[in-house]
Ligand binder design. Structure first.
Ligand code: HEM
Length: 391
């Protein structure tokens, strides 16, 4: 038995990692207990996490024995074929290369007018609707959801279905079999959609991958990953970002005065919240020394990315929200070979939403206090359940 700290802990302050995660920076590579009683290592220093994420002796295979904080599939069901996020070399490189061309800066820039149009339509609807409005269903969730649907070729009319299943899948407080069922439903939905695309190809990512000869099951896995990663994450960053900026008038004023500041604001928001910190966890395949500790083959490593993005060795005055700090070396999108494939898209969506929303509704304000807001403290992806705003 061990009396080591049980991690991960839920956030208690909306703007900060759990204090215990920060305290671990004094003991940056340390043994912890996971909620299922198993043991793992926790890393809380930026340098150590970067070293681990670029070391091929750590595996991303979520179904491998010892992988920490396993998603529900392995615990309750038969193993499923993994999508790129769970693959190691050489399969990972092949899977990523097959689709990376869809996410280049150039491809994303070409999407700008359509994203702008989607944002404008949602702001129009907000302005025409009642006050206060809930920003999450009015703007934060539908914008990235619509964008990823159009890119993939998923009918947006099905959004209630996949948004609710995604939220369940990511909710750590829901029993594993329910989360597994949610994942299966999305997987089956994707498989059926791919059959449709085969019959009736269109100008979308799924059809293009089919035309290139993609394996159907792999493509269903890719579609699942992109649909999930493409809307939950960015949607949460939109609502957290709006909340943060409304509470920090000088930062908001600086951004409104000079739109070239917006990308810096986005980077600082990504660092400050680090909403998907545990997805970069890994399992060692050989004995490896990290930060002076010996991690043995088969042992899991969880990454406290939110704490690492406040590592005093990497960020001066790290707890301060500072849009001028130059935060781009944060690891909110991960690091190394699995670094977020959709980061250019996420950045673009966040920039367009912030620039448009604050310009078009200059009197926007929170319709409640931060104390009353409901945060996704127990979700794999941190965020807000709702954000009442008025103007
Ligand atoms: C603010 C929004 C986002 C955040 C914070 C975020 C965060 C992350 C992180 C931390 C990883 C690394 C996972 C690992 O190392 O195992 C990752 C990977 C990934 N993300 Fe994102 N993401 C965001 C938006 C998106 C979007 C919009 C898409 C798709 C359109 C996307 C698609 C992916 C994919 C496919 C991977 C796996 C890449 C690989 O395994 O090679 N993400 N993301």
């Amino acid at each position: 038995m061990t009396d080591s700290l049980v991690l991960p802990l839920n956030r208690t302050c909306p703007y900060a990692p759990p204090p215990e995660h920060i305290r671990l920076q004094q003991e940056p590579v340390t043994r912890v207990t996971l909620p299922d009683g198993s043991q793992a290592w926790a890393l809380s220093r930026l340098e150590d996490i970067r070293a681990m994420l670029t070391d091929p002796r750590f595996s991303s295979d979520r179904q491998r024995e010892g992988f920490p904080l396993q998603p529900p599939a392995r615990r309750t069901g038969t193993p499923v074929r993994q999508s790129m996020i769970g693959l190691d070399p050489p399969e990972h490189g092949e899977a990523r290369r097959a689709v990376v061309g869809e996410f280049t800066v150039r491809r994303m820039t070409a999407l700008r007018p359509r994203i702008q149009q989607i944002v404008d339509e949602h702001v129009d609807a907000m302005l025409a609707g009642p006050r206060p409005a809930d920003l999450v269903p009015a703007l934060a969730l539908p914008v990235p959801s619509l964008v990823i649907c159009e890119l993939l070729g998923v009918p947006y009319t099905d959004h209630d279905f996949f948004q609710s299943r995604s939220a369940n899948l990511l909710n750590r407080s829901i029993p594993a079999d329910e989360r597994y069922a949610a994942a299966n439903e999305i997987r089956e939905y994707m498989a059926a959609l791919i059959v449709e695309k085969e019959k009736q190809p269109a100008d979308d990512l799924l059809s293009r991958q089919l035309a290139k000869g993609a394996d159907r099951e792999d493509l269903a896995g890719l579609g699942f990953l992109l649909l999930l990663a493409g809307h939950e994450t960015t949607g949460n960053m939109i609502s957290l970002g709006v909340m943060t900026l409304l509470e920090r008038p000088p930062a908001l004023a600086a951004m409104k005065e000079d739109p070239t500041v917006t990308p810096e604001v986005v980077e600082e928001l990504l660092r400050y919240f680090t909403i998907a910190e545990f997805v970069t966890s890994r399992v060692a395949t050989e004995d490896v020394e990290i930060g002076g500790a010996l991690i043995r083959a088969g042992e899991g490593v969880i990454t406290l990315g939110n704490a690492a993005n406040r590592d005093p060795a990497a960020f001066t005055d790290a707890d301060t929200f500072d849009i001028r700090r130059g935060a781009r070396h944060h690891i909110a999108f991960g690091f190394g070979p699995h670094q977020c494939l959709g980061q250019n898209l996420a950045r673009l969506e966040l920039q367009i939403v912030f620039d448009t929303l604050f310009a078009r509704i200059p009197g926007l304000k929170l319709a409640t206090t931060t104390d009353e807001l409901s945060f996704k403290n127990d979700s794999t992806v941190y965020g807000l359940h709702s954000l009442p705003v008025t103007w």
